[in-house]
Design a protein around this ligand. Structure first.
Ligand SMILES: Cc1cc2nc3c(=O)[nH]c(=O)nc-3n(C[C@H](O)[C@H](O)[C@H](O)COP(=O)(O)OP(=O)(O)OC[C@H]3O[C@@H](n4cnc5c(N)ncnc54)[C@H](O)[C@@H]3O)c2cc1C
Length: 235
């Protein structure tokens, strides 16, 4: 695994998805180390002086494909507290910030059947994988379960549509609480997801802590070994 590197970057694009969720695309100003889909970076807004202490930062899943790393790094951020509010209010095209990467063990082995479960903005750690799979025309079996509150929270529909059209073994199921988005009306059901999964599948959980806690416990009760359940824990 590459050692983390600190890089200055400038914002090349901001996409505001909702009143509190936005994607930021960065143009790196230094050498970006190799990273794997599913890993995350530290984002600092204040100037970093080499040999001084790293400024206050928060961590975000890398949402761009590993192969694009020299041209672009991206994250998708949901405003939760003081720091993410500051990102949302201050970062715009041309803004400069500091990134430190790569980190994390939320990785996707290429030879397993993957069950990706996303609650809301928990879709972010899967974006890099989906982009990489499209580039590689991957034949890996991947099923994405995506739970959202309403249609405005359905992010990256175009990317998911491309995966369905171009990847032979990709599937998706969307569950929308108020029925305003295409898909099933309701919430993700981990018992049904488990029942539909081929044996030996790896289960990935990313989303609100309450969802992760409940689903992890349910999978354990259903006899899924701990090593087949991977969690992107934002706590
Ligand atoms: C592996 C991982 C991946 C993540 N990926 C994403 C993602 O892709 N998108 C996304 O929106 N969110 C992601 N998060 C959550 C994100 O990092 C923030 O923790 C979250 O958005 C909280 O919001 P905030 O920082 O604005 O809250 P704040 O209110 O600013 O702080 C939240 C917490 O951060 C800690 N904190 C406070 N001050 C400091 C400080 N000076 N230095 C360090 N920590 C401090 C405290 O525990 C505080 O309660 C991820 C978290 C993890 C662990």
């Amino acid at each position: 695994m590459a050692s983390p590197v600190k890089i200055k970057a400038s914002v090349s694009e901001v996409v505001r998805h909702t009143g509190s969720v936005a994607s930021y695309h960065f143009k790196p100003q230094g050498r970006v180390p190799k990273f794997h889909a599913g890993q995350f970076l530290h984002l600092a807004l204040d100037e970093y002086q080499p040999n001084e202490q790293w400024p206050e930062s928060r961590v975000f899943s890398i949402a761009s494909a590993p192969s694009e790393r020299h041209e672009e790094l991206a994250v998708t951020i949901s405003v939760k507290g003081r720091f993410t509010e500051r990102i949302f209010q201050t970062l715009e095209n041309g803004s400069e910030c500091w990134l430190k990467l790569p980190y994390g063990e939320f990785l996707f082995p290429p030879d397993k059947h993957l069950i990706l479960i996303a609650g809301g903005v928990g879709i972010t750690p899967y974006l890099s994988l989906l982009k990489q799979m499209l580039e590689e025309k991957s034949e890996q079996a991947v099923m994405l379960y995506y739970g959202i509150r309403s249609a405005e929270h359905y992010l990256f529909g175009d990317l998911i549509k491309r995966c369905e059209a171009e990847l032979p073994n990709f599937g998706k199921a969307v569950y929308c609480e108020d029925g305003s988005a295409p898909g099933e009306k309701g919430v993700l059901n981990i018992v049904a997801i488990h029942a539909a999964a081929p044996s030996g599948s790896l289960f990935y959980l990313s989303g609100p802590p309450a969802m992760i806690g409940t689903f992890r416990k349910r999978l354990q009760d259903l006899g899924v070994e701990a090593e087949r359940v991977r969690v992107d824990d934002w706590e």
